[in-house]
Design a protein around this ligand. Sequence first.
Ligand SMILES: Cc1cc2nc3c(=O)[nH]c(=O)nc-3n(C[C@H](O)[C@H](O)[C@H](O)COP(=O)(O)OP(=O)(O)OC[C@H]3O[C@@H](n4cnc5c(N)ncnc54)[C@H](O)[C@@H]3O)c2cc1C
Length: 717
Amino acid sequence: MTLAHSLPVLEFMSSSLPGNHNTLILNRHSPTKLGFIRPTNPKQKFNFFVSQKVKPIGFFGCNLCDSNSGFNSRQLFYECYAAQSSRIGPSSRKHKAFSIKRAKTRALNDHQLFSMGSGFYSSRQLGTSRLTSSGCKILSGGALRIPNTKSFKHSSGISGACEVNWSNHKFELRSKSVLSVDKAVERERSGGGLGSENSYDAIVIGSGIGGLVAATQLAVKGARVLVLEKYVIPGGSSGYYQRDGYTFDVGSSVMFGFSDKGNLNLITQALAAVGCEMQVIPDPTTVHFHLPNNLSVRVHREYREFIAELTDKFPHEKEGILKFYGECWKIFNALNSLELKSLEEPIYLFGQFFQKPIECLTLAYYLPQNAGDIARKYIKDPQLLSFIDAECFIVSTVNALLTPMINASMVLCDRHFGGINYPVGGVGGIAKSLAKGLIDQGSEILYKANVTSIILEQGKAVGARLSDGREYFAKTIISNATRWDTFGNLLKGERLPKEEENFQKVYVKAPSFLSIHMGVKAETLPPDTDCHHFVLENDWKKLEEPYGSIFLSIPTVLDSSLAPEGRHILHIFTTSAMEDWEGLPRKDYEAKKEIVADEIIRRLEKKLFPGLRSSIVFMEVGTPKTHRRYLARDKGTYGPMPRGTPKGLLGMPFNTTGVDSLYCVGDSCFPGQGVIAVAFSGVMCAHRVAADIGLEKKSPILDAALLRLLGWLRTLA
Ligand SMILES: Cc1cc2nc3c(=O)[nH]c(=O)nc-3n(C[C@H](O)[C@H](O)[C@H](O)COP(=O)(O)OP(=O)(O)OC[C@H]3O[C@@H](n4cnc5c(N)ncnc54)[C@H](O)[C@@H]3O)c2cc1C
């Protein structure tokens, strides 16, 4: 390829380091050939840009930048000119609007490198870089030559999921698939570790938040962990997907446990443990309820404001309101004062008990209780009790009478204590950061790794077999698949352990959900629109019915970078059962999707946003079948739900299972669904596993006694 201007001569060499990096090395002696800078492996779809300062020609500093955004689209820039290869240009509409800025510094041959904005982000030069608005991501990089010296300041740029570390003439690029399936095969063949017996301390099946927290916590304790994820990115129900310039959260978008204080900010702590910190945007309103009889309640970040609003609506119940939420605080404060670790590990448990007996007894007292019973002690107004039901439904997808008081308290207080904070760039960034942190700790994650069975040897879990036949072995196996998937699919044909029989007696799979991801014209939403909404229009009885309540999040209210300019994202979901969608011919299935979505849009138009329908510019509807497929959850279930009235959390199993060396983690483990809960489950699981593989203190005699006691307690549920 010929360039329009005399380019500095560069050679790009692409090489693979052992492990998970690709390195691009530049020097100045051979002609530039774009072909040389393709990803070495077609499976590694890079999303990066790189830049280099090369030796000045004459008086000019020369900057060359290669940008590969999305899947193999590329631009090459020299000075202010762009040279384009045949495959230049954004590969999809979401990679619009490249821009270059470039500035001279004091010395003639000393140029600050450009910055580049890709997609919908604006960017600035590093060093002086500041986000122009909370909606902007830094997407820039380069080196700055320090005047009168030969040295360069290091800088780095972050592009999408990938980090570019700059160091003069070398830099590393990480591909999105940190360790590709192919690479694993390579290492397996060369005897590099994968596949050899017990080469890992733990294999984690699934990279939901529960799995990733367990994996990273173990890695930090010194364990070698392999995460096997069926999908192409991490996160599960807290993942993301991108279409047409929009970044959509798959599921979670109200992020609990993500503040900068206390002990219950488990997501923040999990990230910090692996050296990650995310920029967040505080959400002033956790949720705006739109309820029957035109009851509208905003849950403000400030507890006092929320209580004032609620007591304003129910002045005759002021005392009851204060007492109910006051009990929630008692539990939250007790939890928040403890160092949270495995409740199945006696040395820790007794240690905490001796240090904080009152707090431990408080939690033990509330363990078998449900929020609805406690609410009824203080509150009589049926409408207010229904409001508490809606509060709990958000936590557990069941009413307050079926919601454990501990779960309710965690979220009903955390939203005021630390507040709800939205990660810049979307919720998916949390899982991506944890996955990156895991790699940084020397552990590994394999995508497109569909585990079809857990390998047992004499009743002990020793490995995992993938759908393509490959097998991996470890001292312990942790399943982040639901308990139904773990014991129903991954251990198909094995006898169901007694503990799981008990679990299945107490809990059933909650229905799945129907989701609509929408891009709409921004002007449709009033300027003061809140980020999260819960809509139940006329009839309280419909709260738990399929399609009865509508959850709506508009994350672009907080982070405009998630959508093209002038657009908002509407992420809508409502409960829906798999049975409604199975067995339909394709045409009927598609037609049904349209009908159901249409009705939801009609309801939202009526209640919240008149003219919504005509402002839609993008829409994708997901059904329970979609969620089963992409989240690998039996019947696309939202999570576990008590069969009858539960005894609080008493019946919820922890992480150990009836199979030796097999653990479960995630929302079908104590304390249940929600990101804060599964992060808790991850921390507990890592602690128990670490004790079992000798990375934490352990007392086998006490262990056996405690596990027996807990097993017996669960039978009381
Ligand atoms: C629509 C929706 C909205 C939600 N909103 C919120 C919210 O606003 N706030 C909140 O706190 N919570 C929310 N939640 C709940 C929360 O997202 C979940 O409870 C939590 O993310 C579950 O995490 P997990 O670790 O249990 O597993 P999952 O997220 O289910 O992840 C499990 C992972 O394991 C992988 N996997 C499964 N089987 C295999 C296999 N055989 N081989 C390899 N990999 C496998 C899956 O691909 C997946 O990546 C929401 C959930 C949904 C569905």
